[in-house]
Design a protein around this ligand. Structure first.
Ligand SMILES: NC(=O)c1ccc[n+]([C@@H]2O[C@H](COP(=O)([O-])OP(=O)(O)OC[C@H]3O[C@@H](n4cnc5c(N)ncnc54)[C@H](O)[C@@H]3O)[C@@H](O)[C@H]2O)c1
Length: 279
């Protein structure tokens, strides 16, 4: 029997996940419902799928009240921090397992605590894919012994423009002509300033020492075409350094294509009973 997947957010990541499911890359899964506040995004994705969803929605209440929703096995959020914070608690209360792409949502401690309480009460699960970086496994293993952790995220102008940081600081992004560190602070502040660009900082905060103690540097390099992330960790019994150099998704320069593949793999692990690899 097919497992029905509902998707919230039909943008770059959501569309790629839906198309992958449509191509039967994840056995016995089908995209059964789509929800996005932007009708155009839903229609475009629906057009591109060979197996059409049962229901498409641009209103959350209609989405969760629909008869199709009762048969949903798994919900994928690939929309925005605001969407994750607004919808995830209701989805758990309605008995659904969810994968959350907008991990910055967890930098709000009230949301985080609420989600953990709801998971305990309902027995449902929340999945957070590794995203645009690796290393969550090592961080989880050593988290009680970490002395220092810094993420350095280097982006092109194209992949970071539009972030609230530029309005808040008054910095003119077009004036940057050479490699420049534009932000240094903790992960909580980084997510407020760059909500669509530093999901990696949320993942490593959750896997490691939290949003206050995780340091983040954001660097703009007008000459690069990739999104680079480097994690430097010093811990009681050693140190490690992880660097990824990711090409952007062809559909959204803010998103690394690795983040899309990681979400697909996370869904596969959640849906398919298989050997669990890594901690
Ligand atoms: N976990 C990771 O590794 C990772 C990596 C990159 C991006 N992300 C995050 O995943 C999310 C999706 O990224 P994307 O590149 O696909 O973005 P995108 O802008 O291409 O698509 C987002 C879609 O969600 C819809 N949307 C936004 N807010 C909504 C709401 N409140 N209700 C309904 N629909 C809403 C938009 O209309 C849009 O179609 C973002 O929050 C992004 O920051 C996560």
């Amino acid at each position: 029997m097919f497992k029905n997947i509902a998707l919230i957010g039909c943008g770059a990541i959501g569309s790629e996940i839906a198309k992958s499911i449509d191509l039967h890359n994840i056995s016995n899964c089908r995209v059964s419902m789509l929800f996005d506040e932007d009708d155009k995004k839903i229609f475009k994705l629906t057009e591109e799928l060979s197996n059409k969803p049962d229901g498409i929605f641009s209103n959350f209440n209609d989405f969760i009240s629909s008869n199709y929703f009762k048969d949903i096995h798994f919900v994928i959020e690939a929309a925005s921090i605001e969407a994750a914070q607004r919808y995830a608690p209701t989805l758990l209360e309605k008995g659904k397992d969810i994968m959350i792409m907008s991990m910055g949502s967890f930098s709000n401690p009230i949301f985080s605590k609420n989600i953990i309480n709801l998971m305990r009460q309902t027995g449902r699960k929340v999945y957070l894919p590794s995203g645009a970086i690796g290393g969550a496994d090592i961080l989880r293993s050593v988290k009680e012994h970490i002395d220092e952790i810094t993420l350095v995220t280097t982006k092109s102008i194209n992949s970071i423009k539009g972030a609230p940081f530029f309005i808040n600081s008054g910095m003119n992004i077009n004036s940057i002509k050479e490699r420049t560190t534009i932000f240094e602070g903790n992960a909580e502040k980084a997510i407020k300033e760059f909500p669509s660009n530093v999901n990696v900082s949320a993942l490593i905060s959750l896997a490691g020492v939290g949003f206050h103690k995780t340091r983040v540097k954001v660097v703009i390099d007008p000459l690069i075409k990739t999104n680079q992330h480097e994690i430097n960790v010093k811990w009681k019994y050693g140190e490690f350094y992880i660097k990824v150099n990711n090409s952007p998704s062809p559909f959204n320069p803010k998103t690394s294509y690795l983040a899309v593949l990681s979400a697909i793999e996370c869904l596969r692990s959640a849906m398919v009973n298989d050997i669990q690899i890594g901690s």
